[in-house]
Design a binder for this molecule. Sequence first.
Ligand SMILES: [Zn+2]
Length: 272
Amino acid sequence: MLSDEQIMRYSRHILLPEVGGRGQQKLLAAKVLLIGAGGLGSPVALYLAAAGVGTLGVMDADTVDLSNLQRQVIHATPDIGKLKVESVKETINQINPDVNVIMYPEFATADNVPEILPQYDLVVDGCDNFATRYLMNDAAVIYKKPYVYGSILRFDGQASVFNPPQGPCYRCIFPEAPPPGAVPSCQEAGVLGVLPGLLGLIQATEAVKLILGVGEPLIGRLLIVDGLGMEFLHAKVKRNTKCPVCGDEPTITKLLEENYLQAVCSVGSAEE
Ligand SMILES: [Zn+2]
């Protein structure tokens, strides 16, 4: 049952026949794991909290740096030096006391993800390194959790929802990570500050739709955003039946840290 205060707080949701009081209760009961409290993670966390997603797990080992504030809008100048997960919790507590923020001040690894991910309904990717992305993709397939993908660089971004066997996983589309150094990070190549806001809100929208069970999720479609041209393109993407993780005869059936070693040595770049 919603309290009087909740009926007021969520009244614009409750007015929507596709959401209503029942949908709001689904949001309040939902548990979302957010990987990274940086550029993408900031708008995702702010809007999911405002929308009343009841449990938000946030994984990030980093502290807030001055160079983050150009785009990581959940953090403010007095937060510099604080753990990002603490800064997220403080901000969200002020926005919506209905939201329980669970802090994981650590990077995602093959050791901690199997303990954490099964407690959540879905995962939102706010990381910016390939090792973490492959790790979370494989984990999401193994633990059967929908995976809301987003990535950004310079003026461009991508988003999709991976939920095999409905549609592909990340590995079906990108079987191998590019060699280290082939694709620059935002730290090396820059990113327009507003771009993670744009892509992160697409991810937040997809997460809310998945929780409510409304609309057409970005499953089987890769959204490609060209920020300078302001063009949104959809590429149809299919599950690869030979995919090593979500295919018919998978070879990756559990997480092994040696397959994702780059994740633990990419300190400082896991926050987009
Ligand atoms: Zn796959």
